[in-house]
Design a protein around this ligand. Structure first.
Ligand code: DX5
Ligand code: ZN
Length: 216
């Protein structure tokens, strides 16, 4: 069964407590928290104080997606703010292996995120050390964009690479996921579905989460 990680980027920030309560009552597995710095991506979202508040409103897993330069400077602060899992971008890390070790040494699960142009093959010498791979299926920085179809190929290739190595690393897909494409994404080999607009802009977010959860 898929893990569902609604992205709070698409939530109503004026009603963040209600949005957290809704997710708590839903079948959502993780809270997906998108942090943007205006440098790695052309947008700024939210950061530490907001995540600290969200932490007090849920016991579910907080999955932090750092779309920032020099993430190593901040992972400890995000741990203190309440992160359970942190993904850093392949393109933002000169010393990715060290960054992954740093996240795990702090007691968190570590992920590497890939921009649409970054081949999954780039991970062949680090796959054995990461807990999850986040494949961006849109260009990072904004919610509400269209899913890039080439992502299916990347998911299948990564799944094969993991299988060959006997690894059970989670494959997380982020961007443009809808009720229409979710099942093809899962059939390609994804484990975690991140969904922002599809969940929060739907008439019944809990029912949408349930539908994603029961997708096969
Ligand atoms: C984009 C973020 C995504 C985004 C997904 O940079 O990483 O998590 O919130 O939003 P939707 O599901 O609306 O494409
Ligand atoms: Zn994200």
């Amino acid at each position: 069964m898929a893990l569902v990680a609604p992205s709070l980027l698409a939530s109503n920030f004026l009603r963040l407590e209600d949005e957290c309560r809704m997710l708590n009552e839903s079948q959502a597995d993780w809270f997906h928290l998108d942090v943007m710095d205006g440098r790695f991506v052309p947008n700024i979202s939210f950061g530490l104080p907001v995540i600290e508040q969200i932490r007090t409103a849920t016991t579910k897993t907080c999955d932090v997606h750092l779309m920032i330069e020099e993430p190593e400077k901040f992972v400890e602060a995000f741990k203190k703010a309440g992160a359970d899992r942190i993904s850093v971008h392949f393109e933002a890390c000169r010393h990715l292996h060290r960054n992954i070790q740093q996240i795990q040494a702090l007691g968190m699960k570590a992920g590497v995120a890939l921009n649409p142009h970054t081949p999954v093959e780039s991970l062949c010498d680090i796959l054995q050390d990461v807990d999850q791979v986040l494949i961006m299926s849109v260009n990072p920085g904004f919610g509400g964009q269209h899913f890039i179809p080439h992502t299916y190929h990347k998911i299948r290739t990564l799944k094969r690479m993991l299988h060959e190595r006997g690894l059970s690393t989670l494959i997380e897909i982020d961007g443009g996921i809808t009720l229409e494409n979710a099942s093809s994404i899962l059939r390609s080999g994804a484990d975690v579905l991140v969904a922002g607009n599809t969940v929060f802009k739907s008439a019944d977010p809990k029912a949408t989460i349930r539908a994603l959860k029961n997708m096969d």
